[in-house]
Design a protein around this ligand. Structure first.
Ligand code: C2E
Ligand code: CA
Length: 444
């Protein structure tokens, strides 16, 4: 550790590695103690003036992983202690608490005539300095979360959590500090409630249903496929958008159960339509997390076998190929699915993390052009050029193209003139409940 020093301490004395017996980290108080002083400080703040809860995120977790990879554990292990040694020079008079692996929390009550903003700026300045290893500066991206106790609402746990999250946001944004937002705690409570209730809803299976959005063959104008879109009616909150609950399900083991449920329902409806003479393809959104499940292909093939749907009628839509935890397993499963005859669509292409090397990583049969690109076509000539070129490129790669978000006739006509194969969007129909879809299909 001799070669690890903190530049921040250099203004006071030549920094040295901490003596393990004198470890600053070991002297920190814990989170419970901070919650107690936080409680007391909140009570005092109405009568005795300003006070702030401050949570310092010593290093960004991603930066920490990089540091371990490049410089090794001994360097990484001592970062906290070295930073604390530097902090003690500036805020040694305050009681510091360890509130997370990388986080230090304390209560700051400005002295009379002291400007809190000066204090926070000086703290941010101190933390901005990189660690030095063998003469090389290494940014560790510290961040500061601040909660004004006069304004803070919710329980002490909520305040600590939202301030902790503000510290993390500050690390990510690179801003000196970030004020905690009570909405963060509120969002967290809602997310927590959703996770708990998602499991219950899945167990009794009454709160979920599928809607189907038609996909039209642009040349013939006929509906040849539908996309299954999940709907959740929460018992207390009412309808919750998939954009909110799918990312939550992805953080838990529930994505597996949820996808199985969606595929089973979508396949059952499709079989029913086939029996009624509506020979439709059905397309289901899956999560990248599903491809990290080693038995995904096996389960899926058993499921469609049970319903007796020929695999060529099923399509799986996948976005964000980069987020695979195990890319080799995911690629092998994608290949196995295609070998079974199931078609793979790259969803939302053209925005977010999708890029051209995605087309290499994730060999697919269909490209779905993101609705934001299609919708922008009517106002932005560049979006038009992009959609036209993407269509040609996908065809060159042997893929069919679906333009999502078709909302007006002019856009549909342009897409057709560029040989785009399919269109989906509010111009044709919004997603519909199964019976409403049947009625729409028969009327069109
Ligand atoms: P997505 O796969 O891009 O689905 C299309 C979304 O665009 C749907 O929103 C649909 O209602 C909306 N949309 C379709 N046409 C138009 C249009 O012309 N204009 C506009 N403004 N919007 C249009 P929805 O149903 O809220 O779904 C949002 C996202 O949630 C989906 O985006 C998909 O990523 C995810 N999702 C939905 N159901 C499932 C599911 O069963 N499993 C998984 N993993 N994800 C799902
Ligand atoms: Ca989709």
């Amino acid at each position: 550790m001799d070669d690890v020093v903190s530049r921040t301490a250099s203004s006071a004395a030549p920094p040295t590695a901490p003596d393990p017996l004198e470890s600053h980290t070991a002297r920190l108080q814990g989170r419970e103690a901070l919650l107690r002083v936080l409680q007391a400080a909140r009570q005092k703040v109405t009568t005795e003036g300003e006070a702030y809860l401050v949570v310092i995120n010593i290093a960004d977790t991603k930066a920490y992983d990089e540091i371990i990879r490049i410089f090794g554990y001994s360097f990484a292990d001592n970062i906290m202690d070295i930073r604390l040694a530097a902090l003690e020079i500036q805020i040694g008079h305050l009681t510091l608490h360890r509130v997370g692996f990388w986080s230090i929390g304390f209560i700051y009550a400005p002295a009379r005539r002291e400007q809190p903003s000066h204090f926070f700026t000086a703290l941010a300045e101190l933390l901005r300095a990189p660690m030095i290893c063998r003469g090389i500066p290494i940014p560790i991206r510290a961040g500061i979360g601040i909660c004004d106790l006069f304004k803070g609402v919710g329980s002490t746990e909520d305040l600590l959590q939202s301030t902790f999250m503000a510290g993390q946001a500050s690390s990510l944004s690179g801003h000196g500090w970030t004020l905690s937002n009570p909405d963060i705690a509120q969002d967290h409570r809602r997310a927590f409630m959703l996770i708990a209730d998602l499991g219950d809803s899945l167990a009794n299976q009454t709160a979920f249903e599928l809607n189907f959005q038609p996909r039209l063959d642009l040349r013939s104008g006929k509906c040849t496929a539908v996309e299954a879109l999940l709907r959740w009616r929460h018992p207390q909150l009412g309808p919750v958008a998939p954009g909110e609950f799918i990312p939550i399900a992805e953080m838990t083991g529930l994505m597996r159960v949820l996808t199985d449920w969606v595929i089973a329902r979508a396949v059952a409806h499709t079989i029913d339509w086939h029996r009624k003479g509506m020979a439709l393809n059905v397309s289901v959104n899956i999560s990248v997390r599903n491809l990290d499940e080693p038995d995904f292909v096996e389960r899926l093939s058993a499921l469609i076998g049970k319903f007796g749907l020929p695999p060529k009628y099923l399509e799986l839509e996948l976005s964000e190929a980069r987020a695979f935890m195990n890319p080799d397993l995911a690629k092998a499963q994608l290949a196995a699915l295609r070998a079974l005859g199931i078609r793979i669509a790259i969803d939302d292409f053209g925005t977010g993390p999708s890029s051209l090397d995605y087309l290499e990583t994730c060999p697919a049969d269909i490209m779905k052009i993101s609705q934001s690109l299609t919708r922008a076509m009517k106002d932005r000539p560049r979006s038009k050029a992009i959609v036209k070129s993407l269509t040609a490129m996908a065809h060159e790669l042997g893929m069919q193209v679906v333009a999502e978000g078709v909302e007006d006739k002019h856009t549909a006509a342009q897409l057709t003139s560029w040989n785009c194969d399919f269109g989906q969007g509010f111009l044709f129909s919004r997603p519909l409940a199964p019976t409403a879809f049947e009625a729409w299909y028969l009327a069109n």
